[in-house]
Design a protein around this ligand. Structure first.
Ligand code: ZN
Length: 273
């Protein structure tokens, strides 16, 4: 399970028409989602429409025309009224989070898509765009697992400016203190070795995704990661971005990140309509 700390975003719940029906155990169901909310919580009909719209937008931005088949199994979206309910659902490790996504695969086939959201009056179900990004990206990678830096960097692109600013500050602080992860380590990191790595990892991942994403069309980021999976990062950098390997990427990205300072990078894409 991948769990993500999340900041502020007021959802603009779309009113896009979607065929919605009630199904066993679920408040509403569409072609791609099953929604469960709670009495007094967000409208299942509106949340379902928002999920379908976001899925379509995210697929268009990051996957292009590919991988746009209906999801089977559907993505389950469960909105929790209390922190106790949320934490019981996601297990240990998510105490500071308000959203969590889970994609499970067996022999290359995705067998479970699930998002848990902690609802609050102030922020709504605000982690949805970030968590749904993870589920959309999973379609494109073996066993539903993109490289972690790419997965979190792209998902953080769906976060609001306030959240991205905090990540950029963490990145800048890590660069200034010497705690920044070498890019070659960032590209291959799957499990954290220490708590200190966490803010640097999220900040650097967002910054690196933004740096690479601004070299060409954002959609090429996914192609880059796929190519790296087959040929390694050095060759993928030369083929996709005409950057002469990871060492050259490190030099160019550090210059970019330090010049950027503590300001949040402009979102490469706009998802909130
Ligand atoms: Zn995440």
């Amino acid at each position: 399970m991948r769990t993500c700390y999340f900041g502020f975003l007021f959802l603009m719940l779309g009113l896009v028409a979607a065929s919605t029906i009630k199904a066993d155990g679920w408040d509403r169901q569409s072609d791609n989602f099953q929604i469960r909310t709670f009495r007094g919580g967000p409208s299942a009909v509106k949340l379902l429409a928002r999920c379908e719209q976001l899925r379509s937008d995210l697929q268009q931005v990051w996957l292009g025309g590919d991988d746009r088949h209906d999801w089977s199994p559907r993505c389950q979206v469960i909105v929790h009224a209390s922190k106790a309910s949320y934490q019981t659902a996601i297990g240990r490790g998510g105490a500071q989070t308000s959203g969590s996504s889970l994609v499970q695969s067996v022999e290359g086939e995705i067998v479970l898509r699930r998002i848990d959201l902690l609802y609050s009056e102030e922020r709504g179900a605000s982690a949805l765009p970030h968590e749904l990004t993870h589920v959309v990206l999973a379609d494109r990678f073996d066993n539903g697992r993109p490289p972690r830096w790419l997965d979190e960097g792209i998902a953080t692109m769906a976060d609001p400016t306030e959240k991205r600013t905090l990540h950029q500050r963490d990145c800048h602080a890590a660069l200034r203190s010497g705690d920044a992860l070498p890019v070659v380590q960032l590209l291959h990191l799957d499990e954290f070795a220490s708590a200190k790595q966490v803010p640097a990892f999220y900040g650097q991942s967002l910054s690196l995704v933004h740096f690479l994403g601004s070299q060409d069309e954002p959609i090429r980021l996914v192609e880059f990661a796929e190519t790296a999976g087959h040929k390694g990062y050095d060759r993928a950098l030369r083929e996709i971005y005409q950057i002469d390997g990871v060492a050259e990427l490190e030099r160019r990205w550090r210059t970019y990140a330090l010049r950027h300072g503590t300001q949040a990078p402009q979102a490469l894409v706009s998802l909130v309509r």
